[in-house]
Design a protein around this ligand. Structure first.
Ligand code: ATP
Length: 260
């Protein structure tokens, strides 16, 4: 059946706010879960709870002691300007700790496989500071994969990237998840992007959430509950236009190629 991560009735209060309330879901092996929601909804808090950085006020995550199986990819940002480490060495730094200053044949083989999977071979001898934003994100992904994680948490890994690079990074994550059976939690502000790749979508708003396939999530009843106002979703072929009943302009429109 593979590795599963289960959250049961997770609630988190921060300051005076109820950020997460009774959130429950199971992430299956090889599943890609897209997490969307407005600013401050609790998306990063959810990842921090899974990472064990924030202790929930209520609820339980199983299995416990899971840090050795988690890979983490941060938000893309202009950084590493002075990072002169070669890409290949940077990826190798993700390997589980070893006191040896060299790589075994098996480790070298694994690093090469990951480099191929994340499509970073053509610049693997360059230094990090010479790469574009999209190339860097693939390198971070590769380093996280070197830990041989069972699940990957990605916190807006495609923000600040151009549309082509966003597509490339997300599709590589999808392929990797399929090939290695890794469960993925992928935070994004871009419903268009994640709905093309995700098996399920978790939509968070402060203190509320819904989870389901893209088709399930786009039902008027689900959206109305999340936005706290009546929302109409009209399906015309492969696209949806979501508009608030009292406004003429759609608040969100998107297309997707998924099937229900
Ligand atoms: N350490 C903290 N103490 C008090 N409140 C906090 C703390 N960390 C986060 N919060 C609050 O919790 C809420 C959720 O924050 P979180 O960063 O999880 O949201 P998010 O959905 O990831 O937002 P964004 O899309 O802006 O990244 C916000 O209202 C934030 O102000």
């Amino acid at each position: 059946m593979g590795y599963q991560l289960s959250l049961e009735d997770i609630s988190v209060h921060l300051g005076n706010e109820q950020v997460l309330q009774d959130v429950s879901f199971t992430l299956n092996a090889g599943e890609f879960l897209g997490v969307i929601g407005p600013n401050g909804a609790g998306k990063s808090t959810l990842l921090k709870v899974i990472l064990g950085i924030i202790k929930p006020n209520k609820g339980r995550i199983t299995p416990q002691n899971k840090n050795s199986v988690i890979g983490y990819v941060p938000q893309s940002r202009p950084m590493d300007m002075g990072n002169t480490i070669a890409v290949k060495d940077f990826v190798s730094m993700g390997l589980p700790h070893s006191i040896r200053p060299w790589l075994t044949k098996k480790e070298k083989h694994m690093v090469n496989e990951i480099i191929a999977l994340t499509q970073i071979g053509e610049f693997s001898h360059k230094s990090i500071s010479e790469l574009s934003g999209g190339q860097k994100q693939r390198v971070y992904l590769a380093q996280a994969l070197a830990r041989q994680p069972k699940i990957m948490l990605l916190d807006e890994p495609t923000s600040n990237l151009d549309p082509a690079a966003q597509e490339q990074v997300t599709s590589i994550v999808r392929d990797t998840s399929n090939k290695l059976g890794i469960g993925v939690i992928f935070i994004s502000h871009d419903l268009n992007l994640v709905s093309q790749y995700a098996d399920r979508i978790l939509y968070l708003t402060k203190g509320n959430y819904a989870i389901g396939t893209v088709g399930e999530m786009m039902k008027s009843s689900v959206l109305s509950q999340l936005y706290g106002t009546k929302v109409e979703a009209n399906a015309d072929g492969n696209s949806f236009h979501i508009s608030q009943s009292n406004q003429s302009e759609p608040i969100s429109s998107y297309s997707y190629n998924g099937t229900e």
